[in-house]
Design a protein around this ligand. Sequence first.
Ligand code: IMP
Ligand code: MG
Length: 176
Amino acid sequence: MITLHDKTFVPFISESEINQAIKNLADKISIDYKGETPIFLGVLNGAFMFLGELMKNYKGNCELSFTKLASYHGTMTSGIMKNLIGLNENIENHHVIIVEDIVDTGHTLEYLMNILAEKKPKSIKTATLFFKPDAYKKNIKIEYIGIEIPNKFIVGYGLDYDGLGRNLPEVYQLKI
Ligand code: IMP
Ligand code: MG
């Protein structure tokens, strides 16, 4: 059991299970992109650990880029706006693989896909380490899913609770 801020978390997915799932994904992606040089586009902060392990297991040439969706409060609307930062590389005519730590409702992914599509990549696919099928509200196809999990809040392996827990090598879930 671990405590982060005011909450308690219990072990949920082991490091070896996560690493095996990533290896399987990397094998699949290596086959699908054989002869191509895809750009792995990591979505910070959460995807850093997954991306490292994914790339170590990827066989073939590939490139790396990062992006981050920074939230800010727009003055004209009541909602929270998001701004895409980073991504200095030109992705036009390149195969892009978005690398996400987790896809929950899919709002973030949809937003990102819309912005990236304007930059005219040759293709865009998505790899996510974790996926919550019961929370997902979008129709965007997610080609590479590491581990499907129930609609519960998790931390570890890059994922945080209010800034803490990203360094944990295994995944914990909120204790109920
Ligand atoms: P979305 O709902 O798919 O847009 O997910 C938004 C973001 O919420 C993700 O990129 C994560 O940063 C965060 N998130 C969603 N579920 C979890 C979780 O279980 N633990 C930690 N962060 C999460
Ligand atoms: Mg994230």
